[in-house]
Design a protein around this ligand. Structure first.
Ligand code: SF4
Length: 364
């Protein structure tokens, strides 16, 4: 094993020894039970020398400056650039994974960029980014690295954003979100069947994470549901999901309904029709969700933010680009004065829709 790879291995604390000699990882509800030398389902956590270690600390699958709208976050510093990266592995097994080359990676050598937390925060600062996003794969599994990056970012006034499926145990969840400023959480469906059969996960821990975020933190969060024809797009499921969101999280949590494209192990399933996205958005709005959007399709009207009180256009979008900015400097509707939920500054960012791949090699 190379010195570089050894430097990526760090001890972790969320595990305990079982009576039968195995060690159980307690980071996520998968609770992998490991014998010496075994890796967990996520592949990046493993048992070594009678403890669970993270094997990818400081290793990234590549960096890109994205519009924050791409996470998607529409109500958190709109128009600003965010330095985005992931690592390898995942604690879910979605058949439809749109990032499977990263999430299912078994080749740690593909993690090309070796980047310390300080290097990442410094690069974000230098590139004019307002935030760093843990994305492409789920930061739950690189918990220690993500927290250290968030700490380094905070020292420079840079926000930390998690893009996650929300499958994490209560103890690590509380520690993790103490360091996050915003999150986009996948609410992949609203039945245990869907989670079990299509995502190899569970719905209940995700709902607990969402309630935790809403009621016990100040983290700004939005929800994303990838609608897959015939799997999670029925009126009944969308009605139950959006009703639960309003009832348990309130009307101000934005929901994004995005289009599926055939990928990974779901090559035979057709693309989501735009009408399905509009139907989901309509159900959400009827159930009281104030901000419901569509994604992965060109639909400027359904991607724009409207004042829920008087209908004034507040923020217009075309793909990931802002086309209209109508919010008052204190984040209110200019017509009726109703506040728009979110984290806004007097002026929007001007990053636009571009994506800028960057290398952090040699930037310390
Ligand atoms: S974090 Fe990884 S090793 Fe730990 S329980 Fe989840 S999948 Fe298993």
């Amino acid at each position: 094993m190379s010195t570089e790879l050894n430097a990526s291995i760090v001890p972790t604390k969320y595990w305990h020894a079982l009576d039968d000699g195995r060690i159980q990882c307690d980071l996520c509800p998968r609770f992998c039970k490991l014998r010496e030398g075994q890796r967990g389902f996520c592949f990046v956590r493993a048992r070594q020398d009678d403890q669970v270690v993270l094997t990818t600390y400081g290793r990234s699958s590549g960096f890109c400056v994205d519009p924050i709208e791409k996470k998607p976050l529409y109500h958190f510093l709109p128009g600003t650039p965010i330095l985005s990266f992931g690592t390898a592995g995942c604690n879910l097994g979605c058949k439809f994974c749109q990032n499977w080359d990263i999430s299912k990676s078994r080749e740690l050598d593909t993690l090309a960029d070796l980047a310390s937390p300080g290097r990442i925060a410094g690069a974000a600062d230098r590139l004019g980014c307002r935030g760093v996003a843990f994305t492409y794969n789920d930061p739950v599994i690189f918990h220690e690295y993500a927290i250290d990056v968030a700490l380094a970012c905070r020292e420079r006034g840079i926000r930390a954003v998690a893009v996650t499926a929300g499958e994490v145990c209560a103890g690590p969840r509380a520690e993790f979100y103490r360091h996050m400023d915003a999150a986009n959480v996948d609410l992949k469906g609203f039945t245990e069947r869907f989670y079990r059969e299509v995502a190899a996960g569970h719905l209940q821990p995700v709902l607990e994470t969402l309630e935790y975020l809403k009621h016990e933190t100040d983290v700004w969060f939005e929800l994303t549901t990838l609608l897959i024809p015939g799997q999670n797009d029925s009126d009944a499921e969308l009605d139950a999901m959006t009703g639960w969101v309003v009832d348990r999280l309130g009307p101000d949590v934005p929901m994004h309904f995005t289009a599926f494209h055939p990928d990974y192990r779901m090559q035979e399933t057709p693309v989501t029709p735009p009408a399905t996205l509009r139907r989901a958005r309509g159900i959400a709005l009827r159930n009281g969700v104030r901000y419901a959007y569509v994604g992965n399709v060109h639909d400027p009207e359904a991607d724009s933010t409207i004042c829920h009180s008087c209908g004034t256009l507040l923020v217009g979008r075309d793909w990931y680009e802002l086309t209209t900015w109508g919010l008052s400097p204190d984040g209110r509707c200019p017509s009726c004065g109703t506040p728009c939920a979110g984290v806004f500054e007097p002026e929007p960012g001007r990053w636009g829709r571009k994506r800028l791949p960057v290398s952090l090699k040699g930037t310390d």
